[in-house]
Write a protein that binds this ligand. Sequence first.
Ligand code: BGC
Length: 783
Amino acid sequence: MKSTFRAAGLLALGLLLSPALPAQKNTRPTPPATSTPVDEAKMQRFIDDLMRQMTLEEKIGQLNLITVGFDVTGPVVSKDVDANIRKGLVGGVFNTYTPVAARKLQDMALKESRLHIPLIFGYDVIHGHRTIFPIPLGLSATWDMAAVERSARVAAEESAADGLHWVFSPMVDIARDPRWGRVMEGGGEDPYLGSQIARAMVRGYQGPNNDLTKNNTVMACLKHFALYGAAEAGRDYNTTDMSLPRMYNEYLPPYKAAIEAGVGSVMSSFNDINGTPATGNKWLLTDLLRGQWGFKGFVATDYTAINEMVAHGVGNDAQVSAMALNAGADQDMVGEIFLKNLAQNLKDGTVKQETIDLACRRVLEGKYKLGLFQDPYRGVSDKRAKATLMKPEFLDDARAIARKSFVLLKNENQTLPLKKTGTIALVGPLASRQRDLIGSWSGAGDWKQAVSVEQGMRNVAGSGVKILTAPGVNITDDALLTERLNAYGGDIVPDKRPAEEMIQEAVRAAQQADVVVAVVGESQGMTGEAASRADLNLPGQQLELLKALKKTGKPLVVVLMNGRPLTLNWENQHADAILETWFAGTQGGNAIADVLFGAYNPSGKLTATFPQSVGQVPLYYNHKTTGRPFDPQDRLAKYKSRYLDVSNEPLFPFGFGLSYTTFSYSKPTLSTPTLSASGTLDVSVTVKNTGNYDGEEVAQLYLRDVVGSVTRPVRELKSFQKVLLKKGESRMLTFRLTPEDLKFYNQNLQWVAEPGDFQVFVGSNSRDTQEASFRFVEGSATN
Ligand code: BGC
């Protein structure tokens, strides 16, 4: 469990408080955030009454969120924690679940604390609770919002039955740098798609009406607010420094979408933003979040994020405590810095009583909305848990959703799907692994219940196929890295044989086979928190293994398991087929086998650009042009925006993914050549399934605003439709655009659509599109 691995790590003293960002006006109309349907007046009366009875210490106690580990017999409560719960000095607990644990701790708070205020139980339920779904990057590659929502719904059912009230998800940080290990935790690089995912996840966790009193819902926690995915150099926890138009247009939309969907809580991030740590950033946590976006829930910090502001260099313990509270952080995760400092802060006059009261009120409101004051146990019982956790229906969902998340990157000569006859050499360090399949951030998942690729292939292939296995190489030959991964539950058992001997064993298997399936990639611990990599190649000797397999002349199918875009140049040139499967979850092996043998035709599309070289990152499709764009026809051009040693192109663009069938697109036609401020414009294309299988296609629509008052991206995703087309079937798809789709934040942070020419692109990925154009007329349509 994560808490076990935490280092205290609270470092040096800093001195000065750095200035916050200036308050900015955002003229984008924000609909009032949908809040949970509680009787507001009744709730306030209840909380007024409760707070009248609370001492200062008890109020500060509600702002204290602690981690409590547990063993098989239940929560391991240290003397301190135990005493603090009894004294009313703990508001919430995380890293503990199961009906037994939840009841034991809740009993302590209810029966032994003075005011009997229930605890809130949170946990990192990120891509499933017990039934593990694909990692979020994989889920996003489904481009299927019903599937994304369903994964969150199952996670809510399971976690609620397991004693939890609150999940630290969705993570919606836009990430464009695959070196950052937490790329696996989010929905990729695009703000439009990221916003759809944010909404779907909140709905899945909190239910369609945000009625958290239903005991099969959990409160979602939007994270990491904000811009955590823009960490410099892809190094975790690193600085972010960004212009406001970029922030508003490219990084903030998914957070805003989750707020609009009624997310109950927000987690402030570790990073600093333009000179002020997010956790102490009043502009961020109050002016933007509450003032401009109308957020009504409570803000919890990330793990010891207030204490870490000392290392950021913005003050000592007392100063950062006051700074965080005054900025709008309500609950202090693990650091106990509020507990230790706020009373003194109040005496010193650095915080006001009303600010403490407000934070306490927000936490109590969260508990009230969850119905905890009426039903503090929310119906948890062993019986309910048993009937809910990993029930067959959920396992079926996990398998069906995992299949949709895989991206077919190459398939020469229809190497895939495989036939259910003959001999398959199933090789590679990940071929028989269970631990890696469930990926990072799968805290309550039991990897021993995960289906490996080998097992899945045996399940699906039937008796007509002979499967020969060999690991080929170790996942890494870096002994220190192995040790570090194992220190955090990696469960890697290196094969002691020399790599050459292991490769020869795999080659011998390949020689006896009709086709080679090589399962390669990253170990799950190579992505996730604090798992940045400076190299994006396959780790260790895995490429050597692939080269040796290729020399056998047998068809080579590469199955990738990884949590970030990788550089796969040799693989793309020489493998016959490549299937990207991310870390696919509990049912991963079955789902992979379904796709390899053709029971499901792959339909996933990349949501993060795959570069050719790590030197190209950040590389993303919705970039701007320069004044000196490079024209690849002009081979000798020097004074152009280019590299000397690699082209500007990605290896696989955003939105890319093949199918066992093929699709053709007609040129888009427009219902009108001009769109007016009050009008609509329909873009129609006919998509035809021109191959030999039924299949799903994600038709994508991008726009380019040709001339803007500020420079505009070369294209931006504005709509998509995922459709199933039978072999030979054609369908006309229509996308309706309104001026709202043309809007962006200008230099003054006004949300505007500017008159002028627009190009519209439709196609099967962000590169392979056909275009049409229109004019937007009639005034600026500024709101
Ligand atoms: C992570 C969060 C997580 C929290 C609690 C932090 O280190 O950044 O994403 O929710 O720990 O485990």
